[in-house]
Design a protein around this ligand. Structure first.
Ligand SMILES: Nc1ncnc2c1ncn2[C@@H]1O[C@H](COP(=O)(O)OP(=O)(O)OP(=O)(O)O)[C@@H](O)[C@H]1O
Ligand SMILES: Cc1ncc(C[n+]2csc(CCO)c2C)c(N)n1
Length: 268
């Protein structure tokens, strides 16, 4: 069997940068990473303004628009709330529209936000609708190098959390990162070997590797305190929870898609 291609991962988008990086030119532009942000209907994480500013496309999932309207001014005290609301205007509000308040929808609509009412679809979640909207309308020339950062995806209602994790599996070819104030998670598809670059100033040390979609009969890692060595994992048997990152780079290979999760440091 030929070796698997390597996929690299980094949470550098969480690093504060004193000035925005220079726009890439030439060959760099083709490889430049671009970010889209999806805001869910949960309290905004503290780094929401930073990630919003870094993103090239900002989409609110239904009631997520209320969170931006109410929460962005709270995260930027000392600034005029009306100016903050104009500056943090979503590009689109997508969902079944049963949670966004009418006045919030009208406010953003009057500023030019696209409103997509998909209430006819009661079989997919609002997050699912947002991801499919973004993959159909990518902010760059195509979806390669697009990372979708989902804010408020964890630490809420358990059925919602499971629905959010299911979206990682449904769109396993899209780079999606679920975020809360406390942790970050993404999928490691079995089609690749993985190199996870740890940003120690913002993340770690606690981490986990979990075969959510299907059991794994062989997973191997380096860079963790408790590494796996052709180890099998399944619910009812071993899961790698409460693990600890020991090295700058963690490597993972598996015969199943795995969920990677890492804690976020409180002061970021
Ligand atoms: N408590 C929560 N925990 C985790 N995610 C949440 C929670 N509440 C909402 N979300 C996320 O925000 C999205 C929008 O939520 P909203 O409350 O507007 O609609 P909903 O009708 O509850 O959700 P859906 O229509 O997707 O079932 C949901 O699709 C889900 O991804
Ligand atoms: C088997 C099954 N279980 C639950 C739902 C309900 N549901 C799932 S996603 C969604 C849309 C929410 O915006 C709703 C209502 C369903 N349709 N089918």
């Amino acid at each position: 069997m030929p070796p698997l291609p390597t996929m690299t991962h980094s949470s550098s988008f969480l690093l504060p940068s004193p000035s925005p990086p220079a726009p890439p030119t030439g060959a760099d532009a083709e490889n430049a990473v671009s970010y889209a942000v999806v805001v869910l209907n949960q309290r905004l994480p503290r780094f929401a303004p930073l990630l919003w500013t870094r993103a090239r496309l900002r989409v609110c999932a239904d009631g997520g628009a209320n969170r931006v309207f109410d929460g962005m001014p709270d995260l930027l005290p000392g600034e005029d709330p009306d100016e903050v609301r104009v500056r943090y205007k979503p590009d689109a509000i997508e969902g079944d529209m049963d949670s966004v308040r009418p006045e919030v929808k009208e406010y953003y609509s009057s500023l030019g936000t696209q409103i997509i009412d998909d209430s006819h679809d009661q079989d997919t979640t609002d997050l699912n609708k947002c991801i499919s909207f973004i993959t159909r309308n990518p902010p760059g020339p195509d979806n390669s190098n697009l990372f979708i950062l989902v804010l408020g995806a964890l630490g809420g209602r358990f059925d919602h959390e499971m629905g959010n994790i299911n979206v990682l599996h449904r769109f396993s070819n899209t780079r999606i990162i679920l975020l809360s104030d406390d942790s970050l998670i993404f999928l490691l598809p079995k089609t690749h070997s993985h190199e996870i670059h740890i940003e120690r100033s913002v993340e770690g040390p606690h981490c986990g590797l979990i075969p959510m979609g299907a059991p794994s009969s062989s997973s191997s890692t380096t860079g963790l305190r408790w590494n796996l060595d052709n180890t099998s994992m399944n619910f009812g048997g071993l899961l790698s929870t409460s693990n600890i990152v020991e090295e700058e780079i963690v490597t993972v290979t598996s015969d199943s898609d795995l969920i990677w999760t890492i804690s976020l440091r409180k002061h970021t």
